[in-house]
Design a protein around this ligand. Structure first.
Ligand code: GLY
Length: 276
């Protein structure tokens, strides 16, 4: 795969892997991998996040580590480059898991997180036209995510998004909801989701994948089972990154494409836009 997105994915994988190689935690590797993608403006996250129908960019992010099951998340945060770092700060410096809206933004600014340069021109649509236009989202994807396994055997997962096209102001998807867009547990594995959040939430997909991994099944079979259920039950659409504490992994999607990659430090990072 050759495109600016593919080059950015390779760079992000290298940043994450080098942190792991120097003994860094899976959590920090996940955060910094996602920061490269957020900063690039090439994906629907951070600087590239989509606008909601009132012309405002509201972003969601979360991360989780599988040792102590610690997690942090932000939803509907505005004006910062790295929502994933705001999510880590929620985890590290508060007793909470999720902060939302203007208070999440205030929290991030209080912790001196980098602001986005300029919000795109605001588009004002009437509420009626928002409702009409939201029925058929055309581009549901572009969320960024990562999973990692560190030298101590801990897995972590994280994701960051600008949501889906044509969303009502205030809409929140799966990404900041622990167990839906992200989950990590050293007893099972780490999962990061992309796709149509409303369908992923209904099946709590990340946790569902982890619970099936607990039964000892191969990640690729587990994802296939859960995606079959996602499609059959709620006509869902998603992609998943799954990594177990013993290093088995699956990258799968029921969408036509999912630009993604992996690297274990040997040769060049592998980046493709289809995984089967
Ligand atoms: N998966 C991203 C979202 O639906 O918001």
């Amino acid at each position: 795969m050759t495109s600016p997105q593919a080059a950015c994915l390779r760079a992000a994988l290298q940043v994450g892997y080098h942190l792991l190689d120097r003994g860094g935690s899976a959590l920090i590797a996940v955060e910094h991998t996602i920061r490269v993608l957020e900063r690039s403006g090439l994906f629907n996250a951070g600087n590239g996040a989509h606008l909601q129908l009132d012309g405002v960019r509201r972003m969601d992010a979360s991360l989780m580590e599988g040792d102590g099951l610690r997690a942090g998340a932000v939803a509907s945060i505005e004006g910062i480059v790295h929502p994933i770092t705001a999510a880590r700060m929620v985890m590290e410096v508060t007793e909470h898991v999720l902060l939302v809206g203007p208070m999440a933004t205030k929290f991030a600014k209080h912790h001196k997180m980098e602001s986005q340069k300029r919000q795109a021109a605001r588009r004002i649509l009437s509420y009626g036209s928002m409702l009409t236009r939201m029925h058929k989202p055309k581009n549901r994807h572009g969320t960024v995510g990562a999973v990692a396994l560190d030298q101590s055997g801990t897995v972590s997962a994280g994701a960051s998004t600008g949501g889906i096209d044509l969303m009502l102001p205030g809409r929140v998807g799966d990404t900041p909801i622990i167990g839906c867009g992200v989950y990590a547990d050293n007893e099972t594995g780490a999962v990061a989701m992309t796709g149509w959040g409303e369908s992923i939430i209904r099946l709590a997909v990340a946790k569902e994948i982890c619970e099936r991994l607990r039964q000892g099944k191969a990640p690729v079979l587990v994802v296939r089972e859960v995606f079959r259920r996602l499609v059959d039950k709620v006509h869902g659409s998603a992609g998943a990154l799954v990594l177990t504490p013993n290093g088995r992994f699956a990258m799968a999607h029921v969408t036509p494409h999912m630009a993604a990659g992996w690297w274990d430090g040997k040769g060049e990072p592998v980046v493709r836009d289809r995984f089967r």
